[in-house]
Unconditional design. Structure first.
Length: 107
Protein backbone atom coordinates (compact mmCIF):
# COMPACT_ATOMS: atom_id res chain seq x y z
CA UNK A 1 0.00 0.00 0.00
CA UNK A 2 1.31 3.48 -0.93
CA UNK A 3 1.88 6.02 1.81
CA UNK A 4 0.02 9.30 1.33
CA UNK A 5 2.06 12.21 0.06
CA UNK A 6 5.04 10.21 -1.16
CA UNK A 7 6.19 10.63 -4.75
CA UNK A 8 4.85 7.87 -6.96
CA UNK A 9 7.78 5.78 -8.16
CA UNK A 10 8.34 2.64 -10.03
CA UNK A 11 11.70 0.95 -10.05
CA UNK A 12 12.61 -0.60 -13.34
CA UNK A 13 15.84 -2.60 -13.42
CA UNK A 14 17.96 0.42 -14.22
CA UNK A 15 16.39 3.34 -12.31
CA UNK A 16 13.25 5.07 -11.19
CA UNK A 17 10.24 6.73 -12.80
CA UNK A 18 8.53 9.82 -11.47
CA UNK A 19 5.01 11.17 -12.09
CA UNK A 20 4.96 14.96 -12.49
CA UNK A 21 2.56 17.83 -13.04
CA UNK A 22 4.57 20.64 -14.65
CA UNK A 23 3.36 24.23 -14.84
CA UNK A 24 5.13 26.88 -16.88
CA UNK A 25 5.02 30.65 -16.54
CA UNK A 26 6.27 30.79 -12.94
CA UNK A 27 8.58 33.49 -11.57
CA UNK A 28 11.17 30.85 -10.69
CA UNK A 29 11.79 27.13 -10.93
CA UNK A 30 10.57 25.23 -7.86
CA UNK A 31 8.87 22.15 -6.52
CA UNK A 32 5.50 23.42 -5.34
CA UNK A 33 4.28 20.33 -3.53
CA UNK A 34 3.83 16.59 -3.57
CA UNK A 35 0.15 15.70 -3.76
CA UNK A 36 -1.56 13.11 -1.55
CA UNK A 37 -1.50 10.66 -4.46
CA UNK A 38 2.25 11.15 -4.97
CA UNK A 39 2.39 13.45 -7.98
CA UNK A 40 5.22 15.99 -7.81
CA UNK A 41 4.02 19.46 -8.85
CA UNK A 42 6.76 21.57 -10.42
CA UNK A 43 6.62 25.25 -11.44
CA UNK A 44 9.06 26.43 -14.10
CA UNK A 45 10.10 29.82 -15.42
CA UNK A 46 9.47 28.75 -19.01
CA UNK A 47 6.53 29.39 -21.35
CA UNK A 48 3.63 27.07 -20.51
CA UNK A 49 2.61 26.66 -24.15
CA UNK A 50 6.08 26.06 -25.62
CA UNK A 51 6.56 22.41 -24.71
CA UNK A 52 10.07 22.10 -26.16
CA UNK A 53 11.29 24.95 -23.93
CA UNK A 54 9.26 23.74 -20.96
CA UNK A 55 10.58 20.17 -21.27
CA UNK A 56 14.19 21.33 -21.65
CA UNK A 57 13.77 23.55 -18.56
CA UNK A 58 12.27 20.58 -16.68
CA UNK A 59 15.17 18.28 -17.52
CA UNK A 60 17.71 20.95 -16.54
CA UNK A 61 15.86 21.59 -13.25
CA UNK A 62 15.59 17.89 -12.36
CA UNK A 63 19.20 17.28 -13.33
CA UNK A 64 20.33 19.92 -10.84
CA UNK A 65 18.06 18.77 -8.03
CA UNK A 66 18.80 15.07 -8.44
CA UNK A 67 22.50 15.47 -9.21
CA UNK A 68 22.28 13.42 -12.39
CA UNK A 69 23.28 14.06 -16.00
CA UNK A 70 20.52 15.26 -18.31
CA UNK A 71 21.24 12.18 -20.42
CA UNK A 72 20.09 10.06 -17.45
CA UNK A 73 16.63 11.68 -17.61
CA UNK A 74 13.97 10.91 -20.18
CA UNK A 75 10.42 12.13 -20.58
CA UNK A 76 8.75 8.84 -21.46
CA UNK A 77 5.17 10.15 -21.49
CA UNK A 78 3.55 13.56 -21.67
CA UNK A 79 5.99 15.45 -23.92
CA UNK A 80 3.20 17.81 -25.05
CA UNK A 81 1.18 17.75 -21.83
CA UNK A 82 1.59 19.17 -18.34
CA UNK A 83 1.32 15.66 -16.88
CA UNK A 84 4.57 13.78 -17.43
CA UNK A 85 6.32 10.55 -16.60
CA UNK A 86 10.08 10.93 -16.30
CA UNK A 87 12.52 8.02 -16.18
CA UNK A 88 15.65 8.50 -14.07
CA UNK A 89 18.32 6.02 -15.07
CA UNK A 90 20.63 4.55 -12.45
CA UNK A 91 18.88 6.13 -9.46
CA UNK A 92 17.27 4.46 -6.49
CA UNK A 93 13.73 5.80 -5.79
CA UNK A 94 14.65 6.45 -2.14
CA UNK A 95 17.54 8.73 -3.16
CA UNK A 96 15.28 10.55 -5.62
CA UNK A 97 12.66 11.01 -2.88
CA UNK A 98 15.28 12.47 -0.51
CA UNK A 99 16.53 14.90 -3.15
CA UNK A 100 12.98 16.04 -4.00
CA UNK A 101 12.07 16.57 -0.35
CA UNK A 102 15.27 18.53 0.25
CA UNK A 103 14.45 20.78 -2.72
CA UNK A 104 10.85 21.16 -1.52
CA UNK A 105 12.04 22.38 1.89
CA UNK A 106 14.11 25.11 0.22
CA UNK A 107 11.01 26.62 -1.39
Amino acid sequence: MEKKGLPRFSQPKRGAALTLLVRGGANRDSIERITNDGIVVIALNAPATQFDQLNNALLAFLSGILGVKRTDLEIVAGWDNEQKLVAILGQDPEKVDQALRKALQKT
